[in-house]
Design a binder for this molecule. Structure first.
Ligand SMILES: CC(C)(COP(=O)(O)OP(=O)(O)OC[C@H]1O[C@@H](n2cnc3c(N)ncnc32)[C@H](O)[C@@H]1O)[C@@H](O)C(=O)NCCC(=O)NCCS
Ligand SMILES: Nc1ncnc2c1ncn2[C@@H]1O[C@H](COP(=O)(O)OP(=O)(O)OP(=O)(O)O)[C@@H](O)[C@H]1O
Length: 198
């Protein structure tokens, strides 16, 4: 079974994904792959610098994530342009890793994909878990984690589909407003219900 794990920015996907990893489930992590495909010298990084200028590179040739983030979270056109460059490479590597886990005999593979709904990737997975928080908690955690102003946090949140809409399309929702232990209890109940084994 292929499980899509999604949610909105700072809703707690990585927190839940780490719980599943500790329980032995194989994880395909789209954010991690997004970092791999832009390593210095990669064709994707060359294309990004051609599209957005040398200003998005650090002196050592690596991607200046802060700079690119400022550009794309405040401008829908630029965001779609970046997505067009980087998403095909991310998707290809996600599918490769999934097949590799299945070939090694994994019964369940978790695909942690922040933009599963926005990128219409529902058909890649059998079931979808949405990690949800209230907008207030989401903004508070995002500001604290990334050290952002309220405006910067709002821009990032607004670049995605609201988490309430994602909940409607989920097979299961984990509410992550309270202590992580409470989220883990919900996850454990779900694993029993779905008879999920790593
Ligand atoms: C713009 C970049 C360089 C900013 O890097 P930064 O280190 O600040 O953020 P990080 O990569 O850790 O992403 C944090 C979160 O931002 C959100 N996010 C990232 N990219 C996007 C996007 N294109 N559209 C909407 N939300 C996004 C996701 O919820 C993600 O989990 C980076 O996010 C990026 O390369 N984005 C494009 C790739 C992408 O779409 N990744 C997300 C899912 S595959
Ligand atoms: N239940 C919780 N209680 C308190 N803090 C939490 C809880 N869950 C997550 N956090 C914190 O909130 C922040 C966001 O969580 P996390 O990184 O897991 O979200 P994410 O959905 O993976 O984010 P992104 O979309 O940006 O990758 C982190 O700083 C994390 O430590």
């Amino acid at each position: 079974m292929i499980i899509g794990l999604t949610g909105s920015i700072a809703s707690g996907k990585s927190t839940v994904s780490a719980m599943l990893k500790r329980k032995g489930f194989p994880i395909v992590d789209a954010d991690e792959i997004a970092r791999q495909v832009v390593e210095p010298g990669s064709p994707v990084l060359t294309e990004i610098s051609q599209a957005f200028g040398q200003g998005v590179l650090q002196a050592d040739g690596s991607l200046n994530r802060e700079k690119l983030g400022e550009l794309i979270f405040n401008d829908k056109e630029k965001r779609l342009q970046l997505n067009g460059i980087i998403h095909p490479a991310i998707r290809k590597e996600m599918l490769r890793q999934k097949e590799e886990w299945l070939a090694r005999g994994a019964r369940t593979v978790i695909m942690d994909i922040p933009l599963l709904f926005e990128s219409k990737l529902q058909s890649l997975v059998d079931k979808i878990i949405v990690v949800s928080v209230t907008p207030e908690v989401q903004k508070e955690r995002l500001i604290a984690r990334n050290v952002l102003s309220e405006e910067e946090a709002d821009a990032r949140i607004q670049s995605q589909m609201p988490v309430k809409e994602k909940e409607k399309e989920a097979d299961a929702v984990l509410y992550n407003n309270h202590a992580v232990e409470q989220t883990e209890e919900q996850l454990e109940r779900l694993l029993l219900e779905w008879e999920m084994k790593s």
